[in-house]
Design a protein around this ligand. Structure first.
Ligand SMILES: Cc1cc2nc3c(=O)[nH]c(=O)nc-3n(C[C@H](O)[C@H](O)[C@H](O)COP(=O)(O)O)c2cc1C
Length: 369
């Protein structure tokens, strides 16, 4: 069989996965009322062949939102909607993880019914960044983010509690795992990055202080789910949404050590060049992360092919890989890898928003024949 390492089973915490092909979290912006519905049930069930499906980023609260049409996990309706999605994935033989999301400063008052300002570690605008809004005429599109307000120290426990409540709902909805979204320049990475965090309290300054919120969020979520059902996604060195960071390596090493101590199920690294840019992870960095996060599963994402993922596992830099755009276009990605078959090409014009087209209508190998 081609790719026999990638297609071999692995344990992620308390979950036994039949293969190491993970479906990466993919925002598709097709939930106008924030509630996942039948379209999402079909879409995720079609992809149940993945060792693990990680859901699209899901808003943990009203203030966490920065993009219209993305789902939430903070009301009973949203929880019930997700519960049906998870049932559909389980019925199709799969396993599913919910990605917990707070956008921080990548937002705008237009996204919220009450026009509230986005919140962030410091009142610094994300230069050049855009969020996704609905305009007065009912159309939607990208819009520059607004200047956020800095979270007060006394508000931070409330933010942590939003993650905790979201995890409680995720557990009740039947998710097998949750993933803390600490990547892609959103709230938790804003706290970790020197360019976005100018705080002088216990959440700013040293590496330890800048990592504090992320680790407190992890601890809160672990209390709900158990460490063997919690993963985290980070994206060291990434330069998107105007994020700058003077110490990404020190932060990544510190996090890996802390997460190892907590016995987290997996650490998911989104590579810095996934959205363009020249920065690439080095093998030395991968080896150092492996050494520090040794007990849980370590996975990478960003421009992976089956061949590259197989090599990553063979070289023992990681245990598996997550696939984003290939999963958008290939619902039967694992079967295609197993047969070394050609892949459908994704159509970026249907990535965000819209209906079934470009969502649930990509053909499987059988359908294409
Ligand atoms: C349409 C689209 C939506 C995405 N949404 C999310 C998301 O919700 N959460 C997240 O952590 N990353 C998100 N990403 C990043 C992907 O998870 C992944 O890291 C990236 O696409 C690189 O993997 P690939 O080269 O296999 O596509 C998104 C990427 C794309 C293309």
């Amino acid at each position: 069989m081609p790719y026999d390492k990638l297609l071999s089973p692995i344990r992620f915490g308390s979950l036994e996965l039949p293969n190491r092909v993970v479906m990466a979290p993919l925002t598709r912006a097709r939930c106008p009322d924030l509630v996942p519905g039948e379209m999402q049930q079909t879409y995720y069930a079609q992809r149940a062949n993945a060792g693990l499906i990680i859901s699209e980023a899901t808003n943990i609260s009203e203030s966490a939102r920065g993009y219209v049409y993305t789902p939430g996990i903070f009301t009973d309706e949203q929880e019930a909607g997700w519960s049906k999605v998870v049932d559909a994935v389980h019925d199709a033989g799969g396993r599913m993880c919910l990605q917990l999301w707070h956008v921080g400063r990548i937002g705008h008052g237009m996204v919220h019914p009450d026009g509230r300002k986005p919140v962030a570690p410091s009142a610094l605008k994300a230069e050049g960044a855009e969020c996704y809004v609905e305009f007065e005429d009912g159309s939607s599109g990208n819009h520059p983010t607004s200047t956020p307000r800095a979270l007060e120290t006394k508000e931070i426990p409330d933010v942590i509690d939003e993650y905790r409540q979201a995890a409680i709902r995720a557990k009740r909805a039947g998710f097998d795992m949750v993933e803390v979204h600490a990547a892609n320049a959103y709230l938790l990475q804003q706290f970790m990055a020197t360019g976005a965090n100018k705080r002088t309290d216990a959440y700013g300054g040293s590496v330890e202080n800048r990592a504090r919120l992320t680790l407190e969020v992890v601890d809160a979520v672990v209390e709900v789910m158990g460490a063997d059902r919690v993963g985290i996604r980070i994206s060291p060195f990434i330069e998107i949404f105007g994020l700058t960071d003077d110490e990404p390596k020190a932060m990544a090493f510190h996090l890996a050590e802390q997460l190892e101590q907590r016995g987290l199920a997996y650490l998911h690294i989104n590579e810095p060049d996934w959205a363009g840019g020249d920065i690439k992870l080095t093998d030395d960095f991968r080896a150092a992360m492996r050494q520090r996060f040794a007990s849980g599963a370590l996975i990478y994402c960003g421009h992976y092919t089956a061949e590259r993922a197989e090599k990553l596992i063979e070289d023992d830099y990681g245990d598996g890989a997550a696939f984003g755009r290939p999963y958008i276009a290939n619902p039967d990605l694992v079967a295609r890898f197993a047969r070394d078959a050609a892949l459908n090409e994704p159509d970026p014009s249907t990535f965000y928003g819209g209906d079934e087209h470009g969502y649930t209508d990509y053909p499987t190998l059988e359908q294409a024949q």
